[in-house]
Design a protein around this ligand. Structure first.
Ligand code: ATP
Length: 341
């Protein structure tokens, strides 16, 4: 099947990670008879320098005319790019898997969880007021947004171990988190095959470190999800491996969790895996939407090739290895074959 993918290379280490990821995507296209048209889209700090706009209407038009978007990390203009796109395209689910991987130092080697974070409301809506003596922020939680994120989490759990944990602070924030929790419970009544439990956010922060293997799908509000997903990335071994997706009903953007890492940019040192696994999430999303078995296999084979590469200790300096970004991309690409597990 043919797909149009808007491809934002990003800033800092983004172009290096993008070159490694292109190599993998070329290989899976050849191997699994896929056609991915990677359409370059300018967005971020470099776009701002060149054209005076971090995200132009032209770029938005190209993105919206594509099937989905793959995005490298963006620097200082990250807010202008991704937050604007999330709002414009109503990408309400922020999805961040945290899975322990071979030879990657981690707190618990049995971790395999996904954090599903509501992406559109909560304290991040920008409803703030104040002066230098007193400031307030309005926390808006709606039943509509809570129900749709809960439904997303339950659907995802059906593809996994059928467990959802709703994270909240409803004992203190009785109205806002009370509403979120009640929406999760209501949605759960339509998913008798999925088990719902709930946990206070402070207990969740502790349990993510103490017993992360007990979580499968975690669903939570915007700010709690922001904080807990960075924690989960560290539990499983660090930012260089952390992929994510911003998903709506008809569009999705896939991107690394981390920023553009200016401290290592241009040195061929960045770990490309966060963008490569974001590309694997993208193929999995396309596969489910279009019922495309080839894209589904390609997504699985990329994940396996990454794990095999890590198992062979072929990795970048952030994991204690000595490969460059492109060399690690090649090492992963060499493990991709039609017979792949
Ligand atoms: P930002 O403000 O854009 O988030 P930052 O430098 O504060 O930028 P990151 O860019 O996320 O945060 O980087 C945090 C640390 O993690 C840096 O030391 C960076 O070098 C490291 N890092 C991030 N991504 C990678 C990667 N893909 N490979 C190796 N190291 C990485």
């Amino acid at each position: 099947m043919d797909y149009r993918v808007a491809f934002i290379e990003g800033d800092g280490i983004g172009p290096e990670q993008s070159a490694a990821t292109r190599e993998i995507l070329d290989k899976v296209c050849r191997t699994f008879n896929l056609s991915l048209d990677l359409i370059p889209v300018q967005a971020g700090d470099r776009a701002l320098e060149r054209s005076g706009e971090a995200l132009s209407e032209d770029s938005i038009g190209t993105i919206m005319g594509s099937d989905c978007c793959l995005k490298g990390p963006v620097g200082q203009t990250a807010y202008d790019v991704i937050v604007r796109l999330r709002r414009k395209l109503d990408l309400y689910a922020n999805v961040r898997p945290a899975k322990s991987l071979p030879n990657v130092p981690c707190i618990n080697a049995q971790t395999d969880l996904v954090i599903v974070r509501e992406n559109t409301e909560d304290l991040y809506s920008g409803l703030e007021a104040g002066d230098d003596q007193k400031a307030t922020a309005t926390r808006m939680i709606t039943r509509r947004a809570s129900e749709r994120i809960a439904k997303f989490a339950f659907e995802l759990a059906r593809q996994r171990r059928r467990k959802v944990t709703a994270i909240h602070k409803a004992n203190v924030m009785k109205k806002t988190d009370g509403l979120f929790l009640s929406a999760c419970r209501e949605v759960a009544s339509s998913y008798n095959d999925v088990h719902l439990s709930d946990m206070l956010v402070d207990a969740a922060a502790m349990n993510l470190v103490r017993s992360p293997q007990e979580f499968d799908v975690v669903v939570t509000t915007n700010m709690f999800g922001d904080i807990l997903s960075d924690e989960a990335a560290q539990v499983t071994g660090g930012l260089g491996l952390a992929a994510s997706a911003n998903i709506g009903d008809s569009f999705a953007i896939f991107e690394p969790v981390h920023g553009c890492a200016p401290d290592i940019s241009g040195k061929n040192m960045a770990n490309p895996v966060s963008l490569i696994l974001s590309a694997a999430m993208m193929l999995d999303w396309l596969a489910r939407r279009k019922n495309d078995q080839n894209a589904a296999r390609a997504a699985k084979v990329i994940q396996q090739a990454v794990e095999d590469c890590l198992a062979a200790k072929e990795f970048t300096p952030d994991l204690g290895g000595h490969l460059g970004t492109l060399e690690m991309g090649k090492a992963i690409s060499n493990r991709i074959s039609a017979e792949g597990r």
